[in-house]
Design a protein around this ligand. Sequence first.
Ligand SMILES: *Cc1c(COP(=O)(O)O)cnc(C)c1O
Length: 585
Amino acid sequence: MVNKYTARYKSKYDCISEGRKGKLRLDFNENTIGCSPKAIAAIKNICAEDLAAYPEYTAFKNKLAKFLEVNAKNLFLTNGADEAINLVFNTYLKRDDQLIIPTPSFEMLNIYAQNIGAKVISVLYKKNESNENNSSTKNEFIFPTKDVLAQINNRTKLVVLVNPNNPTGTVIDEKDILKIVEKARKNNAIVLIDEAYYEFYGKTCIRLVRKYNNLIIVRTFSKAFGLAGLRLGYAIADERLINNLKKISSPYNVNSIAVIAADAALDDVSYVKKYVDQITESRRFVEDGLNKLGFKTFKSEANFMIADFGEDVNKVVNGLAQKGILVRDRSRYQLLKDCVRITLGTKDQSIKFITEIKKILRQKVILFDLDGVLVDVNNSYRLAIKKTSEFFAKKKISDKEIQALKAKGGYNNDWDLTEAIILTRSLKIEKQKIIQKFQEFYNLFRKNEKLLIKIQTLQDLSKKYRLGIVTGRPRDEAGYVLNRFNVLKFFDAIIAMEDCGKKQKPDPFGINLALKRLKIGSIGKKDALYIGDNIDDIIAAKNAGIKAIAILQKDVNSESLKKRMLNLGALKILDDINQLPSVIA
Ligand SMILES: *Cc1c(COP(=O)(O)O)cnc(C)c1O
């Protein structure tokens, strides 16, 4: 049968907001923890009469007007900001009328315009970004004030400003807004400012409504207030504009429950304030976390931000979805190639988000021994061994002898090794004295330490792998050298002497502890790799059931040692740690 009824409206919003309950909803910019408990309590108190009667608005409207410091005559409650926008469009636009929408922006704007058959003039935001991939310098979108002003003329009926803008997070300077409102007024055009994210930004244009009779501000209880399910928004404008909106709205567009809950929520605005503070903190945390992983983020003043995941975009979006974390893929929008919009939640939710992304991107793990692998200790620990043994033995000890003992393994740490050398000179010295002397020397020499691995190598590796350290060094001394070279940030787990107690390498305890801290299960273990420079390292890796690669500096030319390492399962023996990325690629 032919359907002879032609719908006036054609397009529809592809709303995929189904099946989200229980998931971490970082996709629709809602409040991620919910509304004030006072709102819930108010709803629980609802009685039959509240539902039997048509809704009443006056008391709530007066309260909201007072809260907003506007006159109630300038306020109109709507079924979400969405209805307010739709009413404005239907009131002030007809087929072929022109409206200006800075783009990319809130998806519904285009849909409402299309439904009417109005002509959208899209003005593109400016994109300011640095070319450095993991740059912490600010990337941002900039509101195209000049271009918008240039497009306003006597055919313009409406200019829509979303401030802060969804999805870019961009804000518009008030002096730019004023220029636009004034030029629009000269051309008899309305300006609609969508302040859905006002609470996160803190600046509003509500005051301007008194001065400009062509200005409409739209707000909502859906975002910061955590009441998206109730559908409550409002418009603020000159009384005549408000009366025009009322003409086409249905009489009871807002339901009683929404009014009751929002009324209670207004008694607890400190709840919203606290939430906004958490979001501000999360914004820095997520930005920092993603930048460290090498992804660009864009400056935002709202509870969401744009991140550019480059070629990893699908992997990230799908990987997160599998973990029950929803984000909004905006990679097909203009200016937003490979970009995702991420709603910011609490600190804990942000930690979860970053942790999962790390797991998705870098499932493989590389663990490093510190001394002789990442750090050259020939002129620190080695020298301390030599000087301490010579101090007690009162004889010269050759580098070669130390080198050979070190490579052979079997000593838990350099103190034990020093004691062994002294013992070969048939001297029994109290261990505590050896340790004390050794530390004196080491503290003198430690400034001689050099980094063997280049920062670039660490950066390359840290993009694809999660990195950790398993060292026999005391924790403070490990921290000292890592901080000194500013490389601590590359490592997600550091296992030091104190973590292992008596179970030093070749016991696999340290390696297993690192894998546990990195949450590597039996599957991930197959790909884990340990990089060491002596036989105990290779045995520890073998005992832990992971692969090993040995680094032997060029002056260690023992063929038998190399053979033993290979026999123990070392995949390769390199003489320079910086060869690692190409060897494992
Ligand atoms: C979410 C959103 C809205 C819709 O808000 P409701 O009150 O839930 O209809 C309007 N404008 C922008 C920019 C939004 O992001």
